[in-house]
Design a binder for this molecule. Structure first.
Ligand code: SF4
Length: 455
């Protein structure tokens, strides 16, 4: 415990989560609508599509929130927004080959179930009018259990959704009070019962560690409840306290935040409780049942990371719609205008709202693959990697191997002649391991924190 705590303190530095590489701070405004239109028009018949819709509205503000959201009780704001989403999809469909099947579709970002049941049906009908969904598409939605009715879930199910992800976070009343998100056990039980009865095939629960007032004992009770509810997957995120980026996080008293020893205890409680309940730790913050396709993909080395976390759909281009959403083709990232008003004005003008983006160089792609392999496979074979990319791994990544050496000395990775592997202790430090391959980060000034701390 003490040596892990020392490691946690040593390696707790600002670092990215690598849902993209290069990471979003390196997207630039020199990338515009013509660049995005060009990227969309590149023929890629072998690649499927993954659609994402960002619904930016929320009823009330959770103080820990890191999302780009608009807290409002004024439902009328959704109506023009849905019309703009429709316009954006129509414009995008003019550029992309819409015979490519949609293999994955996700609504999220903030609270899609802010939409009433009629508008849930309406938005899905819009998406289906512009794109063709594969019969076996994975169709998922993030759900806020508060304010949710059975009618919302019926609308989602009838629209084709087969996966749900519920924000549970922490069941302790003191923690819920401290973050302004009150949701009872009875409420969570009710929405899970409805979901199962309606036939959703996969249920994910999100938890957060590092919230104010959290203790190992209180969070262990949350873990007990959650494992009783037996979701198919769990994502246990570490709270990112970045009040210099998210002003409302100042509503959280820093004195109430758990210290390093408690954070480590929380992480260990998660690993023990979920391990004992039979969940497999995919890496970083995701857990799944052994029969889940994420676990199978990890075993087959086909797991990938994107803006939604770990995914089995590597070979899909992500077309993301709505304010602040991020799209991705094989070698391009594009982020939409974040401000809701400006997003709507730009869609009204051109049907596009490109704020910034990036075309990846070959070097970017090689580094992205190395980071992704480490974070998904928890190992990296130099020979296989080198022959795939036409490089001599030890030469190309000499700097990364040198930077990994201290982590190897601390028992976080094992470096062999032809391979590196992440040790069980190293799983807590995957972001630090990924950072060794990140040439952008190495060039950046270390004293400008852009990211949340790694541990
Ligand atoms: S429900 Fe989600 S998006 Fe809305 S304020 Fe809470 S954390 Fe943020």
């Amino acid at each position: 415990m003490n040596s892990m705590l020392a490691l946690l303190q040593k390696y707790s530095v600002a670092g990215p989560r690598y849902t993209s590489y290069p990471t979003a701070p390196y997207f630039h405004t020199g990338f515009g609508e013509a660049d995005w239109a060009e990227a969309l028009a590149v023929p890629a018949p072998e690649r499927g599509l993954s659609l994402y819709a960002h619904i930016p509205f929320c009823d009330s503000l959770c103080y820990y929130c890191g999302c780009n959201m608009v807290a409002t009780q004024d439902y009328s704001k959704t109506q023009p927004y849905l019309a703009y989403l429709d316009q954006e999809m129509a414009r995008t469909a003019q550029w992309v080959d819409t015979r490519r099947l949609v293999r994955q579709l996700h609504w999220g970002g903030v609270t899609p179930t802010y939409l009433n049941p009629d508008d849930i049906r309406r938005l899905m009908a819009m998406m289906r009018s512009h794109f063709t969904l594969a019969d076996d598409a994975e169709i998922s939605c993030e759900v806020d259990p508060r304010e949710l009715t059975r009618a919302h879930l019926v609308a989602l199910r009838e629209s084709g959704f087969n996966r749900l992800s519920f924000g549970v976070q922490d069941m302790d009343p003191a923690v819920q009070q401290a973050v302004n998100r009150i949701q009872s056990e009875a409420l969570i039980r009710q929405v899970l019962d409805w979901s199962r009865e309606l036939g959703f095939s996969s249920i994910n629960l999100d938890l957060i560690v590092g919230l104010p007032k959290q203790t190992v004992a209180s969070f262990s009770r949350t873990l007990e409840r959650v494992t009783e509810w037996a979701p198919d997957r769990l994502a246990v995120f570490a709270y990112a306290h970045v009040p210099w980026l998210k002003k409302h996080q100042n509503l959280i008293k820093e004195a109430d935040l758990p210290d390093s020893a408690t954070r480590l205890g929380l992480q260990q409680a998660v690993n023990e409780a979920l391990g004992a309940a039979g969940y497999v730790n995919i890496g970083l913050d995701h857990f799944a049942r052994p029969e889940d396709e994420l676990v199978r993909a990890q075993l087959n080395k086909t797991l990938w990371r994107n803006f939604q976390g770990y995914t089995t759909r590597k070979d899909c281009d992500i077309l993301a719609f709505g304010a602040s959403s991020i799209s991705q083709t094989a070698d391009v990232y594009m982020q939409n205008e974040k401000n809701l008003k400006r997003y709507q004005e730009r869609i009204a003008a051109t049907g596009m709202a490109v704020e910034r983006g990036l075309k990846l160089s070959r070097d970017d792609q090689i580094q992205r693959e190395a980071i992704t392999r480490v974070m998904c496979d928890l190992e990296l074979d130099f020979t296989a990697f080198g022959s795939e990319w036409g490089i001599v791994f030890a030469d190309y990544f000499a700097d990364a191997l040198a930077d990994l050496r201290p982590l190897a000395d601390d028992g976080l990775v094992q470096i062999e002649a032809q391979k590196i592997s992440v040790t069980p202790n190293g799983r807590l430090f995957l972001r630090n391991i990924g950072m060794c391959f990140d040439r952008y980060l190495k060039q950046a000034a270390r004293d400008q924190p852009r990211y949340s701390r790694t541990a």
